[in-house]
Design a protein around this ligand. Structure first.
Ligand code: P1T
Length: 384
């Protein structure tokens, strides 16, 4: 059956995969090798050095391309290494327009690494896509979109941003870490590049740090492959294997993450001790209509602010949690809680971070796939 015709729940398992050529192994072996024997210089079987390519990584890269409805996948040593490769497409003097609410590490990479090399960044709210146009000039080359955003759960209209990008001949990259291709496929909505911290839902078990890029266009894939090989931040064979194994259950996990996310978002919204809950599945979420039109469900990421809470009180709540683990990261089978202001978003100056809503009392939850009743009981005892 043509690979492109497979539905998502089959692509996660079979997309781009075939039994291994040597012995028919159904899972690709972990080719734990740096190099490959050659019969004469250049006489090899498609692999010569594992920075350039490795069969286990190739299997993962094909799977990534398949699930994101792209043609080319690239697997990196981390999500930030994948973002780093995208920005290296640019030249000194070029400018990027990025969402103002985004993972703190992405912001740090843009501001503290790439600005030094003469690349300019504008961080803006993109809920009204038309606003982006005010920042476009002859130096603009790339629009960087995270949706839903980390941690404020804003949803950006990918189709509208893509129309603007095309009008001005700009690249559009979408960080699809929170949604995953189970919930949305940005390339189908006009994005040029999809990026993942595969550390999160794609891997799904909090046991790897991996990044991914997927594109449709061959020319763009070639440029990114050149950077991947030249810079060298590649995903190793063991991590490729684990991520591939994770992807095989992505659809079942995401279904449960979304069910549990809904149950917990509703519990929090009905709790009189909670001031505000950020989750795009609520009808009164400011971007709910866009979320409904570009996503198939709303996932398991939720942020909330306890009523009248201070920095210290928010910390107390996350310390009190027992089933939720207080930790950086998200997207694993186990539920995690975080305090963005002191953890994932601490590298964004307080003033800047508060402008996009990341206040000192904000708590972020990555709702796992445990029993929702147990998770709610844990929140109940922690909130008090
Ligand atoms: O951690 P790494 O695999 O390098 O990915 C970076 C990254 C990129 N984009 C988004 C949306 C992310 O959430 C992350 C990593 N985020 C966390 C570690 C976190 O706890 O939010």
């Amino acid at each position: 059956m043509s690979e492109k015709k497979l539905k998502f729940n089959s692509k996660t398992i079979h997309g781009g995969q075939e039994p291994d050529k040597a012995y028919g192994a159904v899972m690709p072996p972990i080719y734990q090798t740096s190099t490959y024997a050659q019969t004469t210089p250049g006489g090899h079987q498609g692999y010569e050095y594992s920075r350039s390519a490795n069969p286990t990584r190739t299997a993962l890269e094909k799977s990534l391309a398949s699930i994101e409805n792209g043609n080319y996948g690239l697997a990196f040593a981390s999500g930030l290494a994948a973002i780093d490769a995208v920005i290296k497409l640019l030249n000194p003097g070029d400018e990027v327009i990025s969402t103002n609410d985004l993972y703190g590490g992405s912001y740090r990479l843009f501001r503290q690494v790439f600005e030094k090399f003469g690349i300019g960044f504008h961080f803006i709210g993109m809920q009204d896509a038309a606003k982006i146009e005010d920042y476009i000039n002859e130096k603009t080359k790339l629009i960087w979109v995270e949706t839903p955003t980390n941690p404020m759960m804003n949803v950006i209209d990918i189709k509208s941003v893509s129309a603007l990008a095309k009008k001005h001949d700009l690249l559009l990259a979408v960080d699809n870490t929170f949604a995953t291709p189970y919930l949305q496929t940005p390339l189908d909505l006009g994005a040029d590049i999809v990026m993942h911290s595969a550390t999160k839902y794609l891997g799904g078990h909090s046991d790897v740090v991996v990044g991914a890029l997927v594109v449709k266009d061959k020319g763009l894939a070639d440029k990114l492959y050149f950077i991947q090989n030249a810079s060298g931040a590649v995903c190793g064979p063991m991590d490729s294997f684990l991520t591939l194994r994770g992807i095989k259950t992505l659809h079942v996990r995401m279904q449960r993450h979304s069910e549990n996310g809904k149950a917990i978002a509703e519990y929090l919204a009905n709790n009189p001790k909670i001031e505000k809950v950020y989750w795009p599945g609520f009808e009164d979420h400011p971007n709910h209509e866009i979320a409904k039109s570009q996503m198939t469900n709303f996932g398991g990421m939720i942020s909330f602010v306890p009523k009248g809470s201070s920095y210290e009180e928010a910390i107390k709540i996350v310390e009190n949690l027992q089933l939720f683990t207080l930790a950086e990261s998200l997207g694993g089978v186990e539920s995690l809680a975080g305090h963005p202001a002191s953890m994932t978003h601490a590298s964004i100056p307080k003033e800047e971070r508060e402008k996009s809503g990341v206040v000192d009392s904000l708590i972020r939850l990555s709702v796992g796939i445990e029993d929702a009743d147990d998770l709610i009981a844990d929140l109940e005892q922690a909130i008090g």
